[in-house]
Design a protein around this ligand. Structure first.
Ligand SMILES: Nc1nc2c(ncn2[C@@H]2O[C@H](COP(=O)(O)OP(=O)(O)OP(=O)(O)O)[C@@H](O)[C@H]2O)c(=O)[nH]1
Length: 446
């Protein structure tokens, strides 16, 4: 249980500042007395918005507001909860905070409402994480993913797997503990297909190209190329603002400059980098080192070549060396070229002019397609955090050990570890349900 679970907490649930309405949420055992103390009236009927005048300690009315009462356990936190829908403004907020503090309520810690909801069993950890993701979502695809997770899709997938494991474990343990009992035959062998099946399913879930994590964090694209190819101009044109400095002096960009884009609902982080060449200047060399490091981490590289000066001999070798599977070739300055090749080094090239805007729509469409293919959610919910991935990898490693184990006792221990690893994702790590399964399925000892 939380350290503070007997405290009654309150916090501003809406964004601070001036506005039509601001919402203060209260949760805890004293919510049911704090609300009548403010309204000087009995509690309103549950879950019904009621207009009330709110009073401070001295009896002065500080606002006329809508109040709501959510008695526990049917509330977000599972505790008694009240909401004050006040007029938005600093003085009203200050008066409400003072009145609540005077009644012994305290300001909530960050995330404390969700934490209480988790502790009351109202949410699992994946759902709590999804609330944070929904609030942070900046694009439509991020919002959809967060909502799906908040509605429990990811938690249900992992809980489903955990239940299968717990069941398998119950079978294994029953075989170990009660070898002479009147149990169905061949229990332990029956466990093998369950473990192999789960091992494979988790493997497929993990091999998703990190789409859920990418969608949450943003798909990263690094713009690379020789100095003066027009990388900064391209970034500015795609971002529709002057984020990076453009100049005819080669070697202008020294550090990595990032802008966020929304490409067809998918979040993209576009990074401009220093032009690649053998630089004499120490700062420029550091810029190039950073450019290469950024390219290494990028999900996609845009190799920008100046089509007016370009020929294969001139092209910086480093640029070509970077042209691995995740690269798109862009021929810039097409306004200066009479001939624009459609292929470069065996790759399709997209010709654009960052100066006139020509070809940018084609480039954006190509990027949108690539990003969409890589991030589009599948039928099953995607894992969204490195924490989930780590736990699933631990689970899979434990399953592999269990399948290789010589003794049922050793197999059982690894299956237990595998189930715990899954439990870490949702926050359900209890073994009570294991006992439930044993007694329900086998009626051992009646
Ligand atoms: N005509 C024409 N000029 C362009 C185009 N794109 C960029 N330029 C010019 O090319 C020069 C270099 O542009 P930048 O965007 O600074 O090039 P960069 O690749 O970022 O250069 P570094 O920072 O040195 O690596 C500038 O004078 C731009 O105005 C284009 O499509 N057409």
């Amino acid at each position: 249980m939380s350290l503070y679970s007997t405290d009654t907490i309150f916090a501003l649930a809406s964004a601070p500042g001036r506005g039509g309405v601001q919402v203060i949420r209260l949760s805890g055992p004293a919510a049911g007395t704090a609300l009548p103390a403010l309204t000087r009236r009995p509690l309103p009927p549950p879950r019904r918005a009621t207009l009330a005048r709110l009073h401070d300690q001295a009896g002065e009315v500080f606002d006329q507001a809508l109040v709501l009462w959510f008695p526990g356990p049917d509330s977000f936190t599972g505790e008694d909860v009240a909401e004050l829908h006040l007029h938005g403004g600093r003085a009203v907020l200050a008066a409400a905070s003072e009145a609540l503090t005077a009644q012994g309520l305290r300001v909530a810690e960050p995330g404390e409402f969700s934490r209480r909801a988790f502790e009351a069993g109202k949410l699992d950890l994946t759902e709590a994480e999804a609330i944070a993701d929904l609030v942070d979502a900046e694009t439509a695809a991020q919002r959809r993913q967060a909502l799906r997770q908040m509605e429990g899709a990811l938690g249900a997938l992992y809980e489903g797997w955990r239940h299968r494991l717990v069941r398998a474990l119950a079978h294994l343990e029953a075989d170990i503990d009660f070898p002479d009992e009147d149990l169905p035959h061949g229990l332990a062998p029956a466990v093998v297909p369950v473990l192999t099946g789960l091992y494979q399913e988790i493997g497929v879930h993990l091999a998703d190209g990190h789409r859920g994590e990418r969608l949450r964090d943003g798909f990263s694209i690094a713009i690379l190329g020789a100095p003066n190819a027009g990388k900064s101009s391209l970034l500015n044109a795609l971002a529709r603002r002057d984020a990076a400095i453009v100049s005819s002096t080669a070697g202008t960009t020294r550090d990595v400059i990032e802008v966020n884009l929304d490409l067809g609902g998918f979040p993209v982080i576009l990074a401009d980098t220093a032009g690649l060449r053998d630089a004499a200047d120490e700062i420029e060399r550091e810029g190039i080192r950073r450019a290469l490091a950024r390219a290494e981490r990028a999900d996609l590289k845009l190799l920008v070549l100046d089509c007016s000066t370009w020929n294969i001999g001139d092209m910086a070798e480093a640029t070509l060396a970077l042209a691995d599977g995740d690269a798109l070739v862009v021929l810039n300055k097409r306004d200066l070229c009479t001939y624009v090749p459609s292929m470069v080094a065996g790759r399709t090239a997209i010709a654009v002019s960052a100066a006139t805007g020509e070809g940018l729509a084609d480039l954006l469409a190509a990027l949108e397609r690539i990003v969409g293919d890589r991030l589009m959610p599948g039928a099953a919910p995607s894992l969204t955090r490195a924490r989930h991935r780590q736990a699933l990898e631990d689970c899979r490693a434990a399953l592999a050990r269990a399948l290789r184990a010589d003794l049922p006792e050793l197999a059982a221990e690894d299956v237990r570890l595998a189930a715990r690893a899954l439990g870490r994702i949702t926050g359900r790590v209890d073994v009570e349900d294991l006992l439930d399964v044993i007694f329900r399925d086998f009626c051992i000892g009646k």
